[in-house]
Design a protein around this ligand. Sequence first.
Ligand SMILES: [Zn+2]
Ligand SMILES: [Zn+2]
Ligand SMILES: [Zn+2]
Length: 275
Amino acid sequence: MCAPGKGVETLRGLRAKGLSRRAIAAAVESGDLLHLRRGIYADRDTCSPVVTAARHGGRLGCVSAARHLGLWTLAEDHPTHVWMGGAGHAYAHEGCACIAHWDDGPVEQGFALPSIPRVLRQVLRCQGVESFFTALESALRRDELSASGRDWLRDHTNDAAREALAFARFDADSGLESLVRWRLRTWNLPVRTQVRVISVGRVDLLIGDALIVEIDGAGNHDGPAHRHRDLRRDAHAAIWGFVSLRFDYALVVHDWPTVEHAILAYVDRGLHLRR
Ligand SMILES: [Zn+2]
Ligand SMILES: [Zn+2]
Ligand SMILES: [Zn+2]
């Protein structure tokens, strides 16, 4: 996130803050201010996607806004998704690969990001319901989507999004966990999340009362110490009569059929039930 009070500003806005034209020119000269295009400036510490969106003539939108707001997104960092409002003007700029969103809406003063419900709707339209669902659950977990925001989404989206809104929880622990729950929902399995299992601790998902599914997020399961800890958890789970399946980001996102077949194979054999 950009430092508080830092970001994109119009020439008029800078002048209103009491900066003279001479001071602005000096700040551009020293590098404290970036001159993005005619009449538009940014503080030196402004995040680069924010700068890119302003160069393009808009503000961050969709997955780029979601990421900047700290919501879980399944999309890559690049290109930048830009919200142009309903009547913006796009500018050519160096290295532009922006994906512009032209949905109409109240454009606030300055360069404020779209509201969270609007960001979520942009994600839905651009990236589909799975990305919408993961971003939605992270907004709920962070208590950043009000009841009226959820009502607005119900009224301004589609059936798939309404299903996602009905299915979403407030306590999801990661975007990967959200995605796995969403994809498993059609099988009507007895899935519980963040269950405390004897001698193991909290597990990501427990299917039935005996099948543990662990989802290793990027980064936090690398290295011998973590690998040892994971193996130890699996061994303790086995001692107490649980079976464990462990998947990582690449499997969940890029090879879902394998993940699904593995889980369903265990369920078909009744391994999710205590005997
Ligand atoms: Zn920022
Ligand atoms: Zn988009
Ligand atoms: Zn652009």
